[in-house]
Design a protein around this ligand. Sequence first.
Ligand SMILES: C[S@@+](CC[C@H](N)C(=O)[O-])C[C@H]1O[C@@H](n2cnc3c(N)ncnc32)[C@H](O)[C@@H]1O
Length: 298
Amino acid sequence: MNASAKKQRSTAVNNRKLAIQIHDDLVPLGDAEFRYIADMLYTRFGIHLSDQKRILVAGRLTKRLRQLGFSSFKTYIEYLSADTSGSELSELINRITTNHTFFFREREHFDFLEKTVLPGIAKQAVPGYPLRIWSAGCASGEEVYSTAMLLRSYYEQGVNIPDIGLLATDISLEALNNAQTGIYANARLEELPDKYRTRWFTRSGTDSWSIHPEIKKMVLFKRLNLMADRYPMKGQFDVIFCRNVMIYFDQDSRERVVNSLYAYLKTGGYLFIGHSESLRRDTCPFEYIKPAIYRKGA
Ligand SMILES: C[S@@+](CC[C@H](N)C(=O)[O-])C[C@H]1O[C@@H](n2cnc3c(N)ncnc32)[C@H](O)[C@@H]1O
């Protein structure tokens, strides 16, 4: 083995030792601490973490503990509960929630929006009638920007153009910041139809793309906890996307959120949920249209 290979090997061994040492320094996430975190996330945000999620929670929070210089989850929880600003809670949420999303995810919803919902709205359109769409649990913005691009193309076909209001909300401030920045790595645009990429994105460095300011300015981003008792918005929406959000929720939380969304939909308005989610027919106030699509009947 030559000198450079020896040096590389010894560095690798030292790094491994260090990793083990750091790992050993941290007191593992105990029952009481896990229960505290799980109960708090459930009561405040409806997020249900089963006991099987314990390793996942420990894994996702370990880096945060290290950043703060804590060696136990007990100390972290003391710190979390003493922080009345809510900023640590926000950090915790950013780490626990899964913000996975992509442009035109579950393409059938966008086809349904274009072929069924928008023509229906055009028929009822009266001057000044605003078209309002809400992306609830918008993560890093791909869902609402897909909607915005689709609306721009749709209304360029010359049908009555309503005022458009797009609202996008999430509990995670980090996700909202990413959405508002509107810069996406190359890989994130792979599924995006070319007509949208060429028109609405410009290169931002070699490995990312930036969404056009005209699309960005169509959207209002706000932080909102879907489990809150009341939402601050005025008026109702024509369409609500709440997709792949309620997967975190248990049945009670899901019903509570579904009822809140119902109140915020116009009569005849549509709710889209994720394809892997479903609403219980016996308690659901909506009319079932097709998988993952519901309507508020008269
Ligand atoms: C997997 S992403 C879904 C993104 C997008 N809707 C989609 O289907 O691609 C789920 C999002 O729900 C958000 N979320 C989880 N619990 C929430 C709550 N109680 N209130 C608001 N947003 C929440 C998460 O922060 C995350 O960004």
